[in-house]
Write a protein that binds this ligand. Structure first.
Ligand SMILES: [Zn+2]
Length: 284
């Protein structure tokens, strides 16, 4: 099987993007995997620090490896938004395929310093681990927000991106190009595709779009055409899970079998992921 790096390269060439979806439990994984399998496209499972603590690092690595090796399916595991070298290192040591050091909200100097430390650690291993980093704060938390958080959404300039990539040696970059983490109630953010294209041109590495939930279809397609190779979706899945689970509990007050109560939630996740994967991979 091709490596994650090779799948990303392939996505770059085909001008499509690999979907990255977060999980908090086994239901999430099942829903996402079913959708990816149905469409036969590679997929990345993400775990933030909180999600990772809840699922368990070793358990997550075990589940993904089982599917990848036994089913021969391209599913990969990413440590999404880790905020210290120690947390990044722990995920790498546990066997994650990729990691994100998120220093978007600390000083640029510190961000460069810790990102470099993560890159050096990853490069010193006997296996290929991808390191992604962020510049430009786009808010945090996959939740519903009334408005854009203070200080968030200042776009990354091509020059900043170029310097950051050269200074750190990262494999992938998440710049701030218009999206915001979470779903913004006051209006849909807009992706600056021209900026994506400029950043792509000067950095030459795969770009990752965070805060994809709630964006218009054309924002995704324009961004992907301009150079986005991975798109992160989390809030939309959480919302679908939450709504389906609440409905299931209300509709079946006498039901106590967890796998029956939770089945509609798995299906709801699958539906969201399938739609997003079709769009990202330009499938009908
Ligand atoms: Zn993110």
């Amino acid at each position: 099987m091709k490596t994650l790096r090779e799948y990303i390269k392939e996505a770059e060439e085909k001008k499509v993007a690999i979907g990255h979806f977060n999980i908090s439990n086994l239901e999430g994984l099942h829903g996402i995997y079913q959708a990816a399998k149905k469409l036969n496209v590679p997929v990345i499972i993400g775990l933030s620090e909180g999600e990772e603590d809840f699922v368990g690092k070793d358990e997550a690595v075990g589940m993904i490896k089982q599917i990848r090796e036994k089913e021969n399916f391209p599913i990969f595991l990413n440590a999404d938004h880790h905020y210290s070298f120690e947390r990044v290192k722990a995920s790498i040591d546990a066997g994650f395929d990729a990691v994100i050091f998120d220093g978007a909200n600390i000083s640029l100097e510190e961000n460069i310093k810790i990102t470099k430390q993560c890159v050096e650690y990853a490069k010193g291993l006997g296996r290929d681990v991808l390191v992604e980093a962020e510049i430009g704060y786009i808010g945090s938390g996959s939740n519903i927000k009334e408005t854009i958080p203070e200080g968030a959404g200042i776009k990354t300039t091509p020059e900043e991106a170029k310097n950051f990539v050269e200074m750190t040696g990262i494999d992938m970059l998440a710049p701030s190009v218009g999206s915001i983490h979470g779903i913004i109630k006051s209006g849909k953010p807009h992706i600056d595709a021209d900026l994506v294209a400029e950043i792509k041109k000067v950095t030459g590495i795969p770009l990752v779009l965070h805060g994809g939930s709630g964006l218009r279809d054309e924002d995704f397609t324009n961004g992907i055409k301009a150079g986005i190779s991975i798109v992160h979706i989390n809030t939309e899945i959480r919302l679908a899970y939450d709504e389906a689970l609440k409905k299931s509990l209300v509709d079946n007050p006498g039901e106590i079998v967890p796998y029956k109560i939770l089945q509609p939630a798995v299906e709801a996740i699958e539906k969201v992921v399938e739609e997003r994967l079709k769009l990202f991979n330009s499938l009908k």
